[in-house]
Design a protein around this ligand. Structure first.
Ligand code: AMP
Ligand code: ZN
Ligand code: FE
Ligand code: FE
Length: 284
């Protein structure tokens, strides 16, 4: 049995490993495939694919999008979609144009967050956030790391609790696509679309059931049943919903390198294992 990891972030978004480093690490630990799923960018994919060819490991071209939950009863403000097996044809150009717009929304939001952080007495600038990020898709984890480096907080957790999280004093909402827009964009691009980490949506099993039913009418292909933050009960519910709505099953660690040091590539917090037998059915 060999294993795979279909959800990872590189330094092109809020992870800390370069794409090449991440892919060689995946090969070193014996994974047979790894997906790069950076937030709102596909710019790291070519470096990852090149390294994949060198190391003899399959690199799945992916991306993670945040979308508004769009359902009146939703207990969450946003949910995440994974686009996997992104093509390399002209459809990707429209996709990249949409990602550019999403990153512009990020820039507006990030500047507003920095303003609020400064008003709250934190000595940081937007340029320092960009310098720390190095990639093109910048988000709150970068600000959390900068707040730590500057001694304003002692952990990422504290940065989110005090400043950056929804209840933090410097929170600014992010403008995102609607669920229908995000689904339509990924479908038009030709991606295999998976609902990312459903177990992190603060909802009941019956709400998730109805939500996945709704997503399947929009053309959802798969559910990320296996994820570092999923409890055994969440995994079981996701597998049940995949069968109920005839969806594929995917899984990944959501590795972010040093930005989330408790999560390891391929094995999450230690015991996550995603068999490679899940990969082939996702392709058809
Ligand atoms: P953004 O895209 O800028 O809204 O940031 C989203 C990222 O922040 C995701 O990678 C989340 O995993 C991370 N994140 C959200 N809330 C927390 C938290 N409380 N602690 C650590 N990371 C978080
Ligand atoms: Zn992230
Ligand atoms: Fe996510
Ligand atoms: Fe992620």
């Amino acid at each position: 049995m060999t294993y795979i990891d279909l959800h990872t972030h590189t330094s092109f978004s809020d992870g800390t490993d370069s794409p090449a480093h991440l892919v060689s690490k995946a090969a070193d630990i014996g994974l047979s495939a790894v997906a790069i799923t950076d937030h709102d960018t596909v710019a790291g994919l070519s470096e990852a694919e090149e390294q994949g060819r060198l190391c003899g490991i399959e690199v799945v071209r992916g991306c993670e999008l945040s979308v508004s939950a769009d359902v009146s009863t939703s207990p969450a403000t946003e949910v995440h979609l994974l686009g996997l097996f992104l093509p390399q044809n002209e459809a990707i150009q429209e996709f990249e144009a949409s990602l550019r717009r999403l990153r512009e929304f990020r820039t507006v939001r990030n500047k507003a967050i920095v303003d609020k952080l400064r008003q709250a007495g934190c000595n940081i600038t937007y340029d320092e956030v960009c310098a720390l990020a190095c990639g093109e898709s910048i988000g709150r984890p970068h600000m959390a790391r900068l707040l730590m480096q500057k001694g304003h907080v002692s952990s990422v957790r504290e940065a989110f609790a005090k400043y950056l999280g929804q209840k933090g004093k410097s929170f600014v909402p992010k403008q995102v696509l609607s669920l229908a827009e995000g689904m339509a964009l990924l479908k038009r691009t030709g991606a295999v679309v998976a609902l990312a980490h459903p177990g992190l949506i603060p909802c009941s099993a019956s709400w998730l059931d109805a939500f996945v039913g709704h997503l399947s009418t929009l053309g959802l292909h798969a559910i990320e049943a296996y994820h570092s933050e999923h409890s055994p009960a969440a995994v079981q519910l996701c597998v049940h919903l995949a069968h109920k709505y005839m969806l594929g099953i995917t899984g990944g660690s959501d590795y972010h390198g040093k930005a989330k040091p408790q999560i390891h590539l391929g094995c999450g917090k230690g015991n996550l294992r995603i068999p490679d037998t899940l990969l082939h059915p996702l392709k058809i």
